[in-house]
Structures are given as structure tokens and as C-alpha cells.
Design a protein. Structure first.
Length: 308
């Protein structure tokens, strides 16, 4: 039995382990199911429900810029629709979501090819968290016949580095798994650092907590450090969430002593200047080149209102 859009929505809201692209795919699946289930309702009801679902998703996953750009495309479609038939708009929303997914898949494939060129034979690549984009880069380099090793961080608090270690092991790629506090020792061996990005703005990017420390370690060790993200993850700095809410403290320490306060965060905001470059599907940009690319983004009025 297929999931309802409400089932997919709830799963997406609770997902704290997946990378940005997996989250975006769930949102696309949610929209597809929604448009099928609501195709026969009044037009105003359909639009209202799409807006409600978008608001809930963006609130639950505020750091995922790909979601912002997905819903921007959906709202532009709604704003440009002239038909009063909900079935017509439903099909156009589903079609736009599908186009977004197809374009993103093509973009990741192009990005992976560019990124794989940075990985050399017999090199050691250090990465962090569970970025599907970085996985595609590593997979592409492996498919090209290159032999290399990957150093993976544990990526607390939910330790999604384990999932990435399993996936790399299934490809036959040699992996060294290290706790986050020991990643400095891994940096001493690394030839290249590759980090994903949940969003990319003019001056910074958002990625898994611990990314800033890794970038600073790479700079100190003079190891090239690249971020990777498709252009659908670009978002203006002014729209970025100002402060991440505290996450479940029990993920860090389930039963701390009464006088101990535990703070749990999932994300870092990392200055772009800490990176050697940013790998996209278009080319590898310098931090200064990124600023102009992000500023060119245009957003719908509905999305701007929703993100206030």
C-alpha cells in the first residue's frame, strides 16, 4: 500500500539523519501524493493545502535550501496558473516537482564528475556526515578505477557516519571510521577534504555540526578543502534561519546529572572563505565567485512571505 502525503510529511519532519537531497526527494514524493489525493477538491482548497504542507516542511527542515528552491518553483507555477480547474493545477504542480527532481539528478551527476577529478590514485579523502552528493563524487571516482581511502567522522549526535561507512563498504572502498574528537589525527593523513552542504549563501554554507572545526583543521594542515552542492541549494543570506533551535538533548546524554545542561545542535554555518572552492554542476567556483552566483537567485512573493 502506498503512503499518503500525510504519512510522507510526518516521516520527512522527523528525519534527522538524511542529507539534503534525500530530504528533497521526500518532499517531492509528498507533493506528488498530495496532488493525486487532492486533485478533485476546490482550487482554493488545493492551494491552501500545498501552502500548509510547504510551511510545515520548511519549519521542520529550515536549513535545507533545496526545499526552499523546490517550493519556490511550485509557488511560481501556482502564481502563473490561469485555469480554475484543480485537476489542471494538480498536474502542473506534480510536473514541476518532477522536473525539479530530474534536473537535480542531472546536476548531481555533472557535479560528481567534476568532484571525482579532485580525487587522485592512492590518495586519502576525509569527509563528514552523510552527504549523498559527496557519496556520488566518491562513487564516481571509484567507478573510474581510482584506488583511494576514505576517512569518515562518526558525525554525532546521531552518528550518520555509520550509514556512510556501510554504503562505502558495499562498494568495496577502504574506509577508516573515527570519532569526531579524533578527526585531527585523520587530517594529518588526509590529502583532500570533501564536505557537503545543505545550503549555500553569499558568504557561508550550512552543513553538519563539526564542519567549521574540520575546515580550520584543514587550513592549519594545508589540506585542500572543498564543499559540494548543486545550484538548487543556493539561497540568499537574508533568507537563512538566524538561529538553529536546540535539538533533543537525550541524543547526546540520556540521563545527565541534575545540574548539567546539555545542548544539542545539528548544523554549522561555515564561512565560504575557509574552502578552497565549491563544486557545483556548472564548475568549481572560488568563494568570491559564489557571491555573485547566489545573489542572482529570484524568489516568489509567496515564499518570501512564508520565510519571514
Amino acid at each position: 500500500m502506498s503512503q499518503t502525503y500525510l504519512d510522507i510529511l510526518e516521516n520527512l519532519k522527523q528525519d534527522n539523519r538524511s542529507g539534503a537531497w534525500i530530504i528533497a526527494q521526500k518532499a517531492i514524493g509528498c507533493l506528488d501524493a498530495l496532488t493525486k489525493e487532492k486533485a478533485g477538491v476546490e482550487l482554493t482548497e488545493l492551494i491552501k493545502e500545498v501552502e500548509r504542507v510547504a510551511r510545515e516542511i520548511l519549519k521542520a527542515q529550515p536549513r535545507m535550501a533545496q526545499l526552499t528552491n523546490l517550493f519556490n518553483a511550485i509557488f511560481v507555477t501556482i502564481e502563473n496558473e490561469t485555469s480554475t480547474e484543480s485537476i489542471v493545477l494538480s498536474r502542473k504542480i506534480a510536473g514541476e516537482a518532477k522536473r525539479f527532481e530530474e534536473n537535480a539528478r542531472k546536476a548531481v551527476a555533472k557535479l560528481a564528475k567534476l568532484g571525482a577529478e579532485l580525487i587522485k590514485d592512492d590518495s586519502i579523502v576525509l569527509t563528514h556526515s552523510n552527504s549523498s552528493t559527496i557519496f556520488e563524487i566518491i562513487k564516481k571516482a571509484h567507478e573510474e578505477g581510482k584506488h583511494f581511502q576514505v576517512i569518515l567522522s562518526e558525525s554525532r549526535p546521531v552518528c550518520e557516519g555509520r550509514e556512510r561507512a556501510i554504503a562505502l563498504s558495499e562498494l568495496g572502498i577502504q574506509t577508516l571510521y573515527m570519532i569526531d574528537a579524533a578527526i585531527g589525527m585523520g587530517m594529518e593523513r588526509a590529502d583532500l577534504v570533501l564536505l557537503g552542504a545543505d545550503s549555500l549563501s553569499e558568504n557561508s554554507l550550512v552543513n553538519k555540526i563539526g564542519s567549521t572545526a574540520i575546515c580550520l583543521l584543514a587550513r592549519e594542515a594545508v589540506v585542500p578543502c572543498y564543499a559540494a552542492g548543486v545550484t538548487s541549494k543556493f539561497t540568499p543570506q537574508k533568507l537563512a534561519p538566524k538561529k538553529e533551535p536546540l535539538r533533543d538533548s537525550k541524543q547526546v546524554w540520556e540521563d545527565p546529572p541534575p545540574e548539567t545542561q546539555v545542548e544539542n545542535y545539528y548544523f554549522d554555518e561555515v564561512p565560504l572563505d575557509l574552502f578552497t572552492g565549491v563544486i557545483t554542476e556548472e564548475e568549481i567556483f572560488t568563494p568570491s565567485e559564489m557571491r555573485g552566483k547566489v545573489r542572482a537567485q529570484k524568489l516568489s512573493q509567496k515564499l518570501l512571505e512564508m520565510l519571514k
